[in-house]
Design a protein around this ligand. Sequence first.
Ligand SMILES: [Zn+2]
Length: 280
Amino acid sequence: MFVRALCAAVAAACLLSSCAGRSQTEGGSLATSFAPAKALSSPKKAEADSPVALTPVAWGRIGSPTALAGRTINASSLADLKLRDKEVVLTFDDGPMPKKTEKILSILDEYNVKATFLMVGQMAKAHPAIARKVVDAGHSIGSHTYRHADLQNLSFDAAVAEIEKGRDAVTSVTHEDAGFFRFPYLADTRRLRQWVANSGMVVLDVQVDSKDYFGVSPAAVATRTMNTLRAHGKGIILLHDIHARTVAMLPALLTQLKAEGYKVVRLRHSNSSMMMAWLN
Ligand SMILES: [Zn+2]
């Protein structure tokens, strides 16, 4: 009996290790799964050849031509979300999730870029300290309903209640304006979109779906994301901070974005248009 159990354990271990081995080689390594990056210009060389002495300000700008962080967009409505070519917005849905969200925060920090986290209300309530870490790290937040409901399957009133409960949960945990909103499953209706806009929230649509929720290798997710992005040239990228593969692929994705000259735009929610409306 003992021997049989041992054999079963060994067999299971072999299976696991072969699975792990396969997933590592499946899509090629993260570095090689992308098309070769275009050669970047060399701003350092240009500055070094310049006869003008570098001021401290210029020294500070040496790295900026190749930096990944782009401009900040203050958005009070959908109309403000106008991205230029080669601009992307990083969005992470469904968290916060212990360990995974925190790892994503440290990767974003390493690349000095800001993202927007669309939190599920009950997740924020379950992990309030992580939700606050997201805000403390300077990222923007929004809500994603209270329990990740498919709002197209609810009555209008029930859907509104779900959205409000989710927003209240995220706001009460973070003490921050959860000004952005994303429909779970991207399942919206015209009436609900209007209601969300009237409530002062900005709906974040998606142009580049990483599809990181499918059980594929991290390399496959990164490759698909870059391919979709190249076809669009810019856009809001949908990612999830609840999957290990998303954590695993993020450094490769950010490295590739940088190599191809993309900029990660920071979104900030602004209530200015509502305030102007009230003042008038
Ligand atoms: Zn979601």
